[in-house]
Design a protein around this ligand. Structure first.
Ligand code: GRF
Length: 222
């Protein structure tokens, strides 16, 4: 039987625990889509094993084999487009993407970032949250735009910063939330509850001007 569900492609570089959460949500029918392919720029990414264990097609496109960002991104596009995905999902994909890649997937490219955006764009977010003596930290699912970690945020989850936290304990607390909000945000988009148009978000037929909030395992009422 042909699977007519919308297709997803996930891009990873490492452990793939967010990928695993997405795989689980598809299996539990929380996300009404099929995972067409997982692509990694690193052959040793553990996430590839997670995908193979579930019978998902995997590809390795090693950025070191390309002499420019443009040629690497073109190879990615060629591979991704075979799936005609409704969404391209970055899940710990540690490459900066070219403007033409981002443009090619405009309104269907999502990322998860381990901070309460717009705070702490870029790397080392947990360390920086601790250094800044933040009392709360968290994760954000956002549309990818040309500027790093700056696209509209769909959904955020907050966690407390506790006394005695190290960047590892804080990262683990945030990651737990990531595994809840990424599948949920994907399902909102796949089910048409959140629409993306010209890099802006529409929720319940109205522009979404503030991110949706995830609290105690569910969407907080607006
Ligand atoms: C996560 O912390 C995510 O927010 C960031 O990269 C990490 C990926 O972790 N973009 P994993 O590979 O999904 O375990």
């Amino acid at each position: 039987m042909v699977d007519t569900k919308p297709s997803l492609v996930v891009l990873i570089s490492g452990s793939g625990s967010n990928l695993q959460a997405i795989i689980n949500a598809i299996e539990n029918k929380q996300i009404h889509a099929r995972l067409c392919a997982v692509i990694s720029n690193r052959a040793d990414a553990y996430g590839l094993q997670r995908a193979r264990d579930t019978g998902i097609t995997t590809y390795v496109i090693d950025h070191k084999c390309y002499n420019s960002r443009e040629s690497f991104d073109l190879a990615l596009i060629e591979c991704i487009d075979k799936c005609q995905p409704k969404l391209v999902i970055l899940a710990g994909f540690m490459r900066i993407l070219t403007a033409s890649f981002i443009q090619h997937y405009s309104d269907r490219l999502l990322n998860i970032h381990p901070s309460l955006l717009p705070k702490f764009k870029g790397l080392d977010t947990h360390k920086r949250a601790l250094e800044n003596a933040e009392t709360k930290h968290g994760a954000s699912v956002h549309i990818v735009s040309n500027e790093l970690d700056s696209g509209s945020v769909v959904l955020q989850a907050e966690v407390p910063v506790k006394s005695g936290d190290t960047k590892e304990t804080l990262a683990a607390r945030v990651l737990e939330q990531e595994h809840e909000i990424y599948p949920f945000a994907i399902s909102l988009i796949i089910d048409g509850k959140v629409k993306i148009k010209n890099n802006a978000l529409i929720y319940n037929h109205k522009p979404l001007t503030q991110p949706l909030l995830w609290q105690s395992g569910q969407l907080k009422e607006q």
